[in-house]
Ligand binder design. Structure first.
Ligand code: NAD
Length: 721
């Protein structure tokens, strides 16, 4: 084998005696291969070299196990957005023309896909004559562009429908879901799925066979033509896919319907014309505010992925890597946290003083940990595997030898302080101790500990399986070592950790409370609960505030409200409605009645309409009615959240302004298409926010512009950097 030197930084060209050339990619300075400008230039240079002496065939492969190509370089895309439509169209055309060189070359080409093959990476693979994927669990093929408000712009919408059919192509690109090697083989996306050890060899053999039997030439001409789609099939696809897309996106995301239209229009014409349709559609989508917001959310998420949570990288590097964690408390939250650990492959000790609670929790935890989304049921083999790694116990003695304990017992400061002190007595001196408290100050819970430096908050959100955020709360004595260890551990659980300072409600509940409080005030003014919830959902929230009250539990909300009103009573008074409902036994979904009635009890109870008996309680505390246009409803619910977020920034509660948006998206389901709370504020502009607050200021301090807001309004500076 000869290696052709070419001054290339991202790939090596290896020419073998059998006449096959391997282009072996390894893009430096990235965890995954990405199609950076340099990688694209190197590919072009390599193809120039091959044109001079065409080989029998070319194999495109990655030198990084687990990473074929993770996609395009998004920083470059963000810069292109600013350059305008012609620059975007040109970037699509240039990338596609480069890939077209593979599909029109004098030699046959095959991509060997091991690991992630996403976005532009998949489009590169699609431009090859054949694709061979490995059967490794890390192999994942997909078009995630839609999650950034975009569509594949380097030939994906042209080649996919020609290869796998327009219906599956729409499903794949509009959902952004990935598939593994064998699913890709079943749908015809790859030509073979084989073990990683024989992938290159198999790819070369397959290429040789397909060259000889002429099927490569036949496929090339089919890929250049229009797709035959009879009108009935087309109409069916158009109406069902459009309805499904609308259902999934609520009409807030322009990319999925644009993908459907682009694929349908592009399928009806030849590949050349389809390419023009794709470039234009990509440029239109990239210019939308939604794409701008989603790209920014991606960028702050990316920063978070790289951030160790502490300033000193040396401390972060030296922080303990958690291998043997324990969870104390097997209630709603403890069970969710335990499940997450098992799913992430950790062994786990689970402690609860209530043996009955433990016996009830364990089978649910194992079932949920073994849940297989594709089959819609628990996988018995996986459940068995998890069972061998889960050790449940009724005493804390089982925590001896663990390196992290997450306390998640009842939310009572006296109980928690006792449990934490007991934990400290049992574990070794290096064990990190965290609490999942939602309201107790970390400093207060740390008061009884011998070594509070190893203690911090690790606040998960309900339901743990959906909510990605974890607040890592730094108490007054918490060490950097502790913070870094917990941040890294949360990431290994697949969560998004945000480090915040110790303050009532921490970050998320502090911002949530004004929203819930305002919803309660609107109810007292006579606005129907359904209307309030509808307005919030139309804004893009997954649940309205009244529905959220019922889900969280009115007792829990009451307690959290007390803590927050004690700290910030000038603007968040504890509403008398909530304790009155609690007193009437209406705790929300879990008791079958809160503001709404429910068919059944518990988290899966179905809402059965607003309950007049709740209405009677509210009427006791009625306020005079006010103007309640839908616009005003949205302002009333969301502007107090924005004001609270600005106060949080003033107080230095977060390490980075972007953390506010990351937190509201991943803990509250704040719509990502709006870019988060601060980005939503920016979409209005600070001056407009001040203007919208004017008719509301008589409601009290909670609607008064803060000095920071006024400062942004006068300078015109955005809230987000
Ligand atoms: P829960 O009542 O469902 O469960 C608490 C569990 O702790 C019970 O099983 C109880 O038997 C156990 N327990 C009590 N004392 C114990 C002790 N001394 N030793 C061991 N186990 C003990 O409560 P939950 O909703 O799971 O809440 C747990 C923690 O999570 C609380 O701090 C709460 O504030 C926090 N939290 C709750 C939510 C939520 O929405 N429920 C969200 C975020 C955080």
């Amino acid at each position: 084998m000869t290696v052709i030197p070419g001054g290339l930084r991202t790939l090596a060209i290896e020419r073998a005696a059998d006449g096959f050339v391997r282009l072996v990619f390894q893009v430096p300075d990235h965890r995954h291969n990405v199609l950076s400008r340099e990688a694209l230039e190197d590919l072009a240079a390599a193809l120039d070299l091959l044109d001079g002496a065409p080989p029998t065939g070319v194999v495109i492969v990655s030198a990084r196990p687990g990473s074929f190509f993770a996609g395009a370089d998004l920083q470059r895309l963000a810069a292109l957005r600013d350059a305008g439509q012609p620059a975007l169209v040109d970037a699509c055309d240039r990338g596609r023309r480069l890939f077209d060189r593979l599909s029109t070359s004098a030699y046959a080409t095959v991509a060997v896909i091991d690991g992630v093959c996403l976005g532009g990476g998949l489009e590169l693979a699609l431009a090859c004559d054949l694709r061979v994927a490995t059967d490794e669990p890390h192999t994942a093929l997909g078009c995630p562009e839609v999650k950034l408000g975009l569509l594949p712009g380097w030939g994906g919408t042209v080649r996919l429908p020609r290869l796998i059919g327009p219906g599956p192509a729409v499903e794949m690109t509009a959902s952004g879901e990935t598939c593994d090697g064998s699913a890709a083989e079943r749908m015809g996306l790859v030509d073979a799925c084989v073990p990683a050890g024989v992938a290159v060899e198999s790819a070369i053999r397959l290429l040789a066979i397909r060259r000889r039997d002429g099927s490569i030439e036949r496929r090339r001409s089919r890929m250049a033509e229009a797709v035959t789609l009879d009108p009935v099939e087309r109409e069916f696809l158009e109406s069902t896919a459009a309805a499904a897309i609308l259902g999934r996106t609520g009409g807030h995301y322009p990319a999925p319907p644009a993908i459907l239209q682009t694929i349908l229009a592009g399928s009806a014409v030849d590949a050349r014309a389809a390419a023009r349709i794709e470039s234009a559609a990509f440029a239109r989508l990239a210019a939308t505010p939604v794409a701008g917001n989603l790209l920014r959310v991606f960028a702050i998420g990316d920063r978070n992925r790289r951030d160790p949570g502490v300033a000193d990288p040396l401390v972060a590097a030296a922080a303990p890597v958690i291998a043997n964690p324990a969870v104390v408390g097997a209630g709603i939250m403890g069970s969710g946290i335990a499940t997450r650990h098992l799913r992430s492959g950790f062994p786990l000790v689970l402690v609860d003083i209530d043996e009955q609670a433990l016996t009830a929790a364990v089978p649910c935890i194992l079932d949920e940990a073994a849940w297989d989304r594709r089959s819609g049921s628990a996988d018995p083999t996986a459940a068995l595997g998890h069972a061998t790694r889960l050790r449940s116990a009724a005493t804390l003695a089982s925590c001896a030898g663990v390196d992290l304990v997450i306390e998640s017992v009842t939310e009572r400061p006296d109980v928690k302080q006792q449990v934490l002190a007991d934990i400290e007595r049992v574990v070794g001196p290096d064990t990190v101790i965290a609490t999942n408290t939602s309201t107790n100050p970390i400093g207060r819970l740390a008061a009884g500990l011998e070594a509070p430096a190893r203690f911090c908050g690790m606040h998960f959100f309900n339901p743990v399986r959906w909510m990605m955020l974890v607040e890592v709360v730094r108490g007054p004595a918490t060490s950097d070592r502790t913070v870094a260890a917990v941040v890294a551990h949360a990431k290994r659980l697949g969560k998004v950790p945000v480090v915040v300072s110790d303050s009532p409600g921490f970050l998320v509940n502090r911002i949530l409370m004004p929203y819930l409080h305002e919803a309660g005030e609107l109810l007292r003014e006579g606005v129907p609960a359904e209307r309030i919830d509808r307005a919030a959902r139309a804004f893009g929230m997954p649940l309205g505030p009244i529905e959220l009250y019922d889900m969280v539990g009115l007792d829990t909300a009451f307690y959290a409200g007390l803590v927050l009103s004690a700290a910030f009573g000038d603007r968040i008074e504890a509403s008398p409605v909530i304790p009155a409902l609690v007193k009437a036994g209406r705790l929300g979904r879990k008791t079958g009645a809160g503001f709404y009635r429910y068919a059944g009890t518990g988290p899966h109870a179905r809402p059965a309409g607003f309950d007049d008996r709740a209405g009677e309680v509210i009427a006791r505390y009625a306020h005079p009615p006010r103007d309640t246009s839908d616009r005003v409803l949205v302002d009333r619910l969301f502007l107090p959240m924005l004001l609270e977020a600005l106060r949080v920034i003033d107080e230095g509660l977060v390490r980075d302004v972007g953390d506010v948006d990351l937190a509201v998206i991943h803990a509250l389901g704040f719509p990502a298409f709006r870019g988060g709370l601060l980005a939503w504020g920016d979409s209005l502009g600070a001056a407009e926010v001040v203007r919208r607050l004017e008719p509301l200021v008589d409601l009290g301090l909670r609607m008064q512009p803060t000095p920071r807001l006024l400062d942004h309004a006068s300078s015109g500076r955005p809230f987000t950097p």
